[in-house]
Write a protein that binds this ligand. Structure first.
Ligand code: FMN
Length: 182
């Protein structure tokens, strides 16, 4: 069985998650192809037994490339287990309203694409203060302060719960095995 893991990313954290997911699935005996959703090449859904999409939310939305990919491939995606790892900062917030907002992003994506994503994992992302330009650093510091995240901009922070991601990936791998047997 071969799984397609595609990512969209702005600052690299969703790619890191996708690569982690690929390594996890490979260790459990799956063939895996990893790629950027903007340049899938031959890595398109119809050839795979499952598809995992990993993408961040920036300014309230996923990258346009993710939505376009889903629109283009939704018929093929509907035929195999398909899952999304939604990467946000808000899911890590101490504020319940922020977390609810993060939980609502996949529904917005579904509305935009007309595709129901059967399985979603919400992963907390990263704050990369050292990589941001001045304005982005100030913006993210402000958002972090509102959400109870660190505001010391002399360091980067990563909030992803890798153990929770493992559990999700195991469920996803089980879905693929079950679908292949059906
Ligand atoms: C300019 C900017 C805007 C962001 N907007 C949001 C947002 O609206 N909601 C949210 O939960 N996280 C937001 N984030 C946090 C990102 O989702 C988080 O940093 C994630 O790890 C980025 O993933 P990437 O490295 O794959 O791009 C934002 C980050 C940046 C830098």
């Amino acid at each position: 069985m071969t799984v397609l893991v595609l990512y969209a990313t702005v600052e690299g954290h969703s790619r890191k998650i996708a690569e982690y997911a690929a390594a996890y699935l490979e260790k459990r005996g799956q063939g895996v192809v990893v790629g950027d959703v903007r340049e899938p090449g031959f890595a398109v859904p119809g050839r795979f037994d499952g598809v995992l999409l990993c993408a961040p939310v920036h300014m309230g939305r996923y990258p346009a490339s993710l939505a376009q990919f889903i629109i283009d491939w939704k018929t093929a995606l509907a035929e195999v287990p398909t899952a999304l790892v939604s990467v946000t900062l808000a899911i890590h917030s101490g504020n319940a309203e922020d977390r609810a907002e993060a939980e609502g992003y996949p529904a917005q994506l579904e509305k935009k694409t007309g595709f129901h994503i059967p399985k979603v994992h919400h992963a907390a992302g990263a704050l990369k203060y050292l990589e941001y330009d001045f304005f982005k650093r100030m913006l993210m510091r402000q958002i972090a302060s509102k959400e109870g995240a660190p505001v010391d901009t002399s360091k980067d922070y990563e909030f992803t719960d890798w153990t929770a991601l493992d559990a999700f990936l195991q469920e996803f791998a089980d879905d693929i095995s079950l679908a292949a047997r059906a």
